[in-house]
Design a protein around this ligand. Structure first.
Ligand code: ADP
Ligand code: MG
Length: 234
């Protein structure tokens, strides 16, 4: 399988406060196409910083991120914009939907920015929201809002899906449902999937679990027999 995501000696230091914060201290990573990777680690270990760099929303202080053989540093502004628009689907903990747009409009707006979008209505139907299309985010439950956010990411037809604590704000059953959707998209559409979580049990669903600790990879576990969310409990 082709390597989709590669990092070499990735460092990130924030100089915003009085003392520099070394959020990432040399991350070396290779993720092949279609892999489901779970990123675990305590709060402040650098998980979001890593995902934001992989999503083209932040840049490393040192080292490189290579997407399908091309270092992002070599991309010009236009290429970078195209990378963010076409290659990456990002899912956040708190959904980040536009409150004044309907579920359908939230999905369609993101899809419109990309080169090879899927049909927004079909994606919403597939995720079980056919009858919620005309609702505004405030009229939807947390789980429904997160499904809209997933539909928004999927409708872009991205190469990689990056999820930062996608179930962090959801109750147990709803969280499981959302994980099942992500798992299904990974398996059926072959999308490379990276999920940040606090929940070690979710690691059982992944092909690989990366444990971050204080800005470094502490441990990597390969999982020969990943299971579905229904087979995991926490
Ligand atoms: P995690 O997602 O694992 O909780 P983060 O990647 O958010 O960790 O943060 C790693 C470290 O970097 C933390 O010490 C955090 O305070 C710091 N950090 C993250 N983003 C910024 C930023 N924009 N400016 C300054 N410090 C930051
Ligand atoms: Mg975080």
């Amino acid at each position: 399988m082709e390597t989709v995501i590669q990092t070499r000696n990735l460092h990130k230091t924030f100089y915003t406060g009085e003392v520099p914060v070394h959020a990432l201290k040399g991350i070396d990573l290779k993720v092949p196409e279609g892999q489901f990777v779970v990123i675990l680690g305590p709060s402040g270990s650098g998980k979001s910083t890593l995902l934001n760099i992989l999503g083209g929303m932040d840049i490393p202080t040192e080292g490189e991120f290579i997407y399908r053989g091309t270092p992002l540093q070599q991309m010009n502004k236009h290429d970078l914009t195209m990378f963010r628009r076409n290659a990456v689907g990002f899912i956040f903990q708190f959904y980040n939907l536009m409150p004044n747009l309907t579920a359908f409009e939230n999905v369609a707006l993101a899809a419109e920015l990309t080169d090879t979008p899927l049909d927004s209505g079909e994606v919403l139907a597939e995720i079980g929201l056919a009858d919620r299309k005309e609702h505004f985010p405030a009229q939807l439950s947390g789980g429904e809002q997160q499904r809209v956010a997933i539909a928004r990411a999927i409708a872009k037809n991205p190469d990689i899906l990056l999820c930062d604590e996608p179930t962090g704000a959801l109750d147990y059953q709803t969280g499981k449902q959302v994980l099942n959707y992500l798992h299904k998209i990974n398996r059926e559409r072959g999308k490379t999937l990276l999920v940040i979580t606090h929940n070690a049990a979710i690691g059982k669903m992944a092909d690989r679990v990366i444990n971050l600790k204080d800005g470094r990879i502490d441990r990597i576990e390969e999982n020969a027999n990943p299971v579905t969310a229904d087979e995991v409990s926490w």
